[in-house]
Design a binder for this molecule. Structure first.
Ligand code: NAP
Length: 330
């Protein structure tokens, strides 16, 4: 019987615990593609799953990890053959379905994306869902009229995973980028990855002083939600949009309708989980083609399955900088 190693979480007396286990291959979920995993990642959502927050997992024991890259080992779908390098993320992989913190992964073939041309398996996970969502956000803003100009695009939660990738991506596409952060010690890091100006997180955390503040941003990628989202709305330039990606500061917000009525601004929802597979491949390839890959190492650290207990907590506390790639086989 083939065995594989995975990080397994279980719920005992209402508390979620985690351990590294050897499991038999016949326990893998249904799916027509089996992948020998190389790397996974730690996203904010993984932190929630690892700590039993948000009721994202329906049944235990469970293998978390919302992303994986690896090599196809078996496939009953002719589109994939053993040896193909692939990426999986979205479709509640790692939430409802067993995920990527596992040497072996089995999924429906309709969830599988070929490794984008120009990326290694490691680089694909340095992006992971965070990078994918940052690319979706830029795409959505551009589809609503954003073009490079003298006005800045604001990225909130800029030192985090989505934030860091959004900053470098926007900068390499020719945009001027402003970053909002609560970590003064990381200002130099932000400049290094392409930020033109920095504002303190606290400036936006309080509600706006007026329904319409001075027009300031040509667009925004918002990773924090909460009162920040309402405040940024009041500072958007006429016709500009916010791509709403995250909720690190909270899932509800208060806003005034005046920016919609008098400046025609928009909030664009970014849902990386259910984007259809054809569009998924295109977003991955645009990310691979547009991102300054030389910056990826600056914002990425490699960790192991055994490190996830610690970092799974730290990401929820806003203490993780950039991206963490999980080496599954080390
Ligand atoms: N919509 C989607 O499909 C999608 C996909 C991926 C991620 N997300 C969401 O996007 C968000 C970011 O994900 P991530 O993986 O990049 O997480 P992350 O690495 O933890 O980044 C979040 C950042 O938000 C800031 N932050 C943290 N706590 C805060 C607070 N209480 N108030 C204000 N700012 C705070 C911090 O940035 P600074 O230190 O720079 O202030 C932190 O680094 C999460 O909410 C995640 O669930 C959504």
């Amino acid at each position: 019987m083939n065995m594989f190693t995975a990080l397994v979480i279980d719920e005992v007396d209402g508390k979620v615990t985690q351990s590294i286990k050897e499991l038999s291959e016949d326990l893998l979920p249904k799916g027509d593609v089996t992948i020998a995993a190389s790397y996974s990642t730690l996203n904010y959502k993984d932190g929630m799953v690892l700590n039993g927050i948000g009721r994202l997992v329906r049944s235990y024991p469970h293998i978390p990890g919302v992303d994986v890259s690896g090599v196809v080992r078996e496939s009953s779908d002719a589109r994939f053959v053993p040896g193909d390098e692939v990426v999986v993320g979205g479709y509640r992989f790692g939430e409802i379905h067993w995920g990527g913190y596992s040497e072996l992964v089995r999924v429906p073939s309709d969830w599988v994306v070929r490794l984008p041309t120009g990326l290694t398996l490691f680089q694909a996970m340095a992006f992971g869902t965070a990078g994918f969502s940052a690319m979706m956000a830029v795409d959505a803003l551009e589809n609503h009229g954003l073009t490079p100009s003298d006005d800045e695009v604001l990225v909130t939660g800029a030192v985090g995973g989505v934030g860091s990738i959004a900053v470098a991506l926007l900068s390499s596409l020719g945009y001027k980028v402003a970053a909002s952060t609560g970590r003064p010690a990381e200002h130099e890091y932000l400049r290094l990855i392409g930020v033109d100006s920095i504002i303190e997180r606290s400036e936006l955390e309080t509600p706006a002083s007026r329904p319409l503040e001075s027009e300031r941003w040509s667009g925004c990628i918002d990773n924090v939600g909460g009162s920040t989202l309402g405040h940024v709305l009041s500072q958007l330039r006429r016709g500009a949009s916010i791509a709403s990606v995250g909720l690190a500061a909270g899932s509800s917000f208060t806003a005034n309708v005046m920016p919609f009525l008098l400046r025609g601004v928009n909030i664009l929802g970014i849902d990386s989980v259910s984007l259809e597979i054809k569009k998924r491949s295109a977003i991955w390839q645009r990310l691979a083609d547009s991102f300054p890959l030389e910056l990826l190492a600056t914002m990425t650290r490699e960790i192991r399955l055994t490190d996830l207990e610690r970092y799974g907590k730290e990401i929820l506390e806003g203490k993780v900088k950039g991206r963490l790639v999980v080496n599954i086989r080390d």
